[in-house]
Design a protein around this ligand. Structure first.
Ligand SMILES: [Zn+2]
Length: 297
């Protein structure tokens, strides 16, 4: 039995072979190719397969996806923006494999439930905040997949007090304020000279005003969105992962203040927002859980 996991993310692709305990030590990563995305993805998969006959391939993809059709349309992979049949393509590459596909946020929720902070918790929200924002919710002990596989798009929860244009075509979405790419865009409009999310986080860490302000806005927006979702789903645990979760008090302080201000209903005072302990392997671990679960659309 050879099990692989594949992550199609906002800034790159990752693949790993998966052992029984979802050991992902040997993850290979590549940036999103300017062209030939599937060819590069195939190379990556064949490299991690190492000539073995693949029996299961779990795919975690940035959204939107069409789970039943096996199609993904991640906005950061130009060739695939209008839809790519990744499950069919993967079955051609590995004819004997089962190929379950899920939203990256759903995979985060699976990883947290199996290896992270939400094990044994019936109802929770897991957020992944880096270049973009994804999420997964568990309700009544089940990770919610949704009608088309897209439940968990918490980056498009609306946040009061912000009216930024979002890449989805709407306005005022959480991702348009607190997604890393949006934060970089905002900081540059304010006169900051950097260009990437890691640069922005480093600059905030050493106290540069504009990057710190970008994190402050992101923390406030995240806190407001979290309070909304917690009220909707009656939650007491939210896990925050992704590179922004490691931004320290510049993000966490305003986030905590916004949660305290807005999560005021009688069932919400115990609401905890905690950083993920899984680091940047969380999504691919979740794709591994998906692969081992044998779940297919
Ligand atoms: Zn949006």
């Amino acid at each position: 039995m050879t099990v692989l996991a594949l992550e199609i993310g906002a800034s790159g692709f990752a693949a790993s072979r998966i052992a029984d305990d979802v050991d992902t030590d040997d993850i290979r990563r590549i940036p999103i190719p300017a062209a030939g995305a599937w060819a590069k993805c195939q190379e990556l998969l064949l490299e991690v397969a190492g000539g073995a006959e693949v029996t299961d391939l779990g795919i975690a993809s940035a959204g939107p996806i069409d789970m039943a059709a096996g199609v993904i349309a991640p906005s950061d992979v130009p060739e695939w923006r209008t839809g790519f049949g990744i499950v069919e393509a993967a079955r051609k590459l590995f004819p004997k494999a089962r190929v379950p596909l899920a939203l990256d946020g759903v995979c985060l929720a699976l990883a947290e439930r199996n290896f992270g902070s939400t094990g044994g918790v019936m109802d929770s929200l897991v957020l992944g905040v880096s270049e973009r924002i994804t999420g997964g919710v568990a309700v009544g002990g089940f990770v919610v997949v949704g009608r088309t596989g897209n439940a968990g798009h918490v980056g498009h929860v609306l946040v009061p007090g912000f009216d930024e244009r979002c890449d989805c075509g709407g306005r005022g979405c959480l991702e348009a304020v607190a997604g890393g790419l949006a934060m970089v865009r905002w900081a540059r409009e304010q006169g900051w000279a950097g260009a990437t999310v890691p640069e922005l986080l480093d600059a905030a860490r050493v106290g540069e005003d504009i990057p710190a302000a970008a994190l402050g806005r992101a923390g406030t927006a995240l806190g407001r969105a979290i309070a909304s979702v917690a009220a909707l789903l009656d939650l007491d645990l939210v896990v925050l992962g992704g590179s922004l979760a490691e931004a320290g008090p510049a993000l966490w302080k305003p986030l905590g203040e916004a949660v305290a201000t807005h999560a005021r209903l009688s069932f919400l005072p115990g609401l905890r927002v905690v950083p993920s302990q899984l680091g940047d392997v969380a999504t691919i671990m979740g794709a591994g859980v998906l692969a081992l679960s044998g779940m297919t659309a």
